[in-house]
Design a protein around this ligand. Structure first.
Ligand code: SF4
Length: 437
């Protein structure tokens, strides 16, 4: 029996796809190696969102090749798909396969294990590509399962490589989703996180939408929580929000990707909303979900961003009161329109702006966590990874810890009410509300 190992970079969608490939290999009789060096073959699932993402992928590939000269190494994912010329020259990998070839990865690796050879499978996306029927129903001991339901993007933000790496917008069928979620629920998982490259476009042109997918998950026996991955603001309609509010299992955490709080920069990024529309949307959502949280991604140092633009963006982030902000430095990507723009910002300026935006993000986070003190929230407890605390997540995705009075006792995969008593840097601390029997 051959042993297979995986190295994954990037987003939750990439991690989900690795779990799907792992399942395909298991179904084909492979064993998943406990340690990388024990493997006969290694699949590297790459990311190309930032230049540092590319270099991390290539560094890992070279390290693995040096450590495992005889292993079959497959480089797949967004890097080879979006950087074909460079990828085809990579000698360290036996197999170079794009994001359209994951479904056939077992055959490619088996062929290469049979007779060591170089295989390059890179093909272009076309507008009528279907959603590849990958599925994953095994989540080793997890309480939460990420399920990819949408792929591709038609937005072409001026800084982004993803439309080139992932093709046009397409969605998983409701039947495939139903089968997958039912199987996952049978594994004892209680929370589903629906994810995608541009999730809010799920069902585009197919007569269904995100609310249908959430309702389907919520109506599956055993599923007690449904959460959404990263969302683009322009697709969050009032009708969609009201239907989500009618689903008791829906977790009101909205990861609404902002990128910048400056109107001028949003326009240059080719984002499909203005800062004032974003603000109005958050107010609308807060009216429908008073206990919701907002998390987001913000970029600093976009070409032509002035000090004044940066200050406008920082002030906007503070105004929204995000629970969490992921701050990124703009990364030049060959092939994007932003890469051709003049007025590229020096790295030293990007670093200083990154620090200022991160300080603003920490401030809003502290304000958000402080506002939760005194509130009682249902917490889905996860694995105990310390003898001191049980920890889990509230519906707004706040990490909640309670002291472990009895080290033998586990609360794993239980949803229990917790009264929040204090807050820390990245979590809240509380105690269990006694259960009334
Ligand atoms: S919406 Fe924009 S940033 Fe997001 S994947 Fe599409 S092109 Fe990239």
């Amino acid at each position: 029996m051959y042993k297979i190992a995986f190295v994954t970079f990037g987003c939750k969608v990439n991690q989900y796809e690795t779990e799907c490939m792992k399942q395909l290999f298991r179904e084909a009789g492979f064993a998943v190696a406990e340690k990388l060096l024990q493997a006969d073959a290694v699949v590297i699932n790459s990311c190309t969102v930032t230049a540092s993402g590319d270099s991390r992928t290539l560094t890992a590939l070279r390290k693995i090749r040096n450590a495992m000269p005889d292993a079959v190494i497959a480089l797949t994912g967004c890097y080879p798909q979006a950087n074909r010329e460079e990828a085809e020259k990579i000698a360290e990998a036996d197999i170079i396969a794009g994001t359209r070839e994951r479904i056939g990865i077992v055959e490619l690796v088996t062929e290469c294990l049979g007779k060591k050879q170089r295989i390059v499978r890179l093909s272009d996306y076309s507008s009528n590509d279907c959603f590849e029927p990958l599925r994953c129903t095994r989540f080793d001991n997890n309480t939460r399962a990420f399920v990819k339901i949408q792929d591709g993007c038609d937005q072409f933000c001026s800084y982004c490589m993803i439309p080139f790496a992932r093709g046009r917008c397409r969605s998983k069928s409701m039947d495939l989703l139903y089968d997958e979620v039912r199987a996952i629920a049978k594994e004892g998982v209680k929370e589903i996180v629906l994810s995608g490259i541009n999730l809010a476009f799920f069902g585009k042109g197919e007569g269904v939408d995100l609310a249908n997918a959430v309702e389907l998950c919520a109506n599956t026996r055993g599923i007690e929580r449904v959460r959404l991955g990263s969302l683009e603001p322009e697709m969050m309609s009032g009708n969609l929000l009201r239907r989500l509010a009618a689903v008791p299992q829906f977790c009101p955490q909205f990861h609404l990707s902002l990128q910048s709080g400056c109107e001028k920069t949003l326009k240059a990024m080719n984002r499909k909303y203005t800062a004032s529309e974003y603000l109005a949307l958050t107010e609308h959502i807060r009216n429908i979900f008073p206990e919701c949280s907002f998390t987001t991604d913000v970029m600093v140092g976009f070409p032509q961003e002035t000090e004044e633009d940066h200050r406008e963006s920082v002030a906007f982030v503070k105004m929204i009161g995000f629970a969490k902000v992921h701050v990124f430095r703009y990364s030049r990507r060959k092939g994007t329109r932003a890469d051709q723009m003049n007025g590229q910002v020096p790295e030293s300026v990007k670093s200083r702006r990154w620090q200022e935006m991160t300080a603003a993000a920490d401030e809003t986070r502290e304000g958000y966590l402080r506002s939760l003190v005194g509130r009682t929230v249902p917490v889905l407890f996860e694995r105990e990874n310390s003898t001191e605390f049980h920890h889990g997540y509230a519906p707004d995705y706040t990490l909640v810890k309670i002291s472990r009075k009895n080290p033998e006792k586990s609360l794993r995969n239980q949803i229990r009410s917790v009264i929040i008593e204090e807050y820390g840097h990245d979590c809240c601390i509380g105690s269990l509300v006694p259960e009334r029997y």
